[in-house]
Design a binder for this molecule. Sequence first.
Ligand SMILES: *[C@@H]1O[C@H](CO)[C@@H](O)[C@H](O)[C@H]1NC(C)=O
Ligand SMILES: *[C@@H]1O[C@H](CO)[C@@H](O)[C@H](O)[C@H]1NC(C)=O
Ligand SMILES: *[C@@H]1O[C@H](CO)[C@@H](O)[C@H](O)[C@H]1NC(C)=O
Ligand SMILES: [Cu+2]
Length: 272
Amino acid sequence: MAPLSSSILYLSALFPLAFGHSMVADIWANSVHYYGFNPNYNLTSYPSDTPAWYTTNVGGNPLYPVDAKMPQIICAKGGSNANISVPVTPGTDVRLRWWQENVAWPESHHGPVINYLAACNGPCSKVDMRTLKFVKISERGFVRQTDQPEGYWATDELIADNGSWNVRIPAGLAAGEYVLRHELIALHIAFTGTGAYSASGAEFYPQCVSLKVGGSGTKKITGGVDARTFYSGAEPSLRLNIHETYDHSDFVIPGPKLWAGAIAKKVRSFTA
Ligand SMILES: *[C@@H]1O[C@H](CO)[C@@H](O)[C@H](O)[C@H]1NC(C)=O
Ligand SMILES: *[C@@H]1O[C@H](CO)[C@@H](O)[C@H](O)[C@H]1NC(C)=O
Ligand SMILES: *[C@@H]1O[C@H](CO)[C@@H](O)[C@H](O)[C@H]1NC(C)=O
Ligand SMILES: [Cu+2]
């Protein structure tokens, strides 16, 4: 039997595993590394050196279709402005890594990876998130039928790339501050049967990051929408049973259409 002290150490080492899902732990922009925001620490003050928006989402829990019209869908539960916006050059990638104290994004949580951008029209540290008008700049959903009964999804590509996703910031984007809303959607329990959807269903994992776009681009975001209009929660693509059939090549990525101004690197699965 192990001494008590090592049992306690063992338990405390395992404790983060109770926080199931991982989070955006690392961000690279213009090749500079920044840490994400970790809601699992009981912070007395916000850190000033992360572009990740703060959340109160201890445990990294999902949002559900019932949250789709609520403020928390915008920048996660308890989302509030990051203090800094980090420099990034249009046409380059911002890289985000989902990780958390040895916990990777769970393989069971198959689904799309979607990225949105909204202009802050001033410092993102001060913007009211309810005024943000987002366009979808990239999306990826079902990739192919191979590898698993549920098929291979964007989240599986993320896992294969060290838990990371590269988000191309549209070339020619006008200089200024922007909120990147990076989102994973997990579909493993999306199927809720017939009738009204319940608190279960597709799982939404958004994370906002504040960016300061440089350069001399002229493309301004037009046609953006409030994040609370992205999803009804009742879309077939948020209610499908990914375990039931093998081929999901007709999967339609939810949310608005891609912004015409985005030249996305990783786009479209087999959308009609
Ligand atoms: C965080 O710390 C405060 C002050 O000690 C305490 O009142 C609060 O319950 C703690 N919250 C969590 C989530 O641990
Ligand atoms: C970060 O921003 C919050 C909210 O605006 C503010 O209360 C806090 O003082 C800031 N923290 C630092 C370290 O600048
Ligand atoms: C994954 O990313 C982490 C964090 O940057 C890094 O330490 C690690 O070496 C990477 N692993 C691989 C296989 O690239
Ligand atoms: Cu889960």
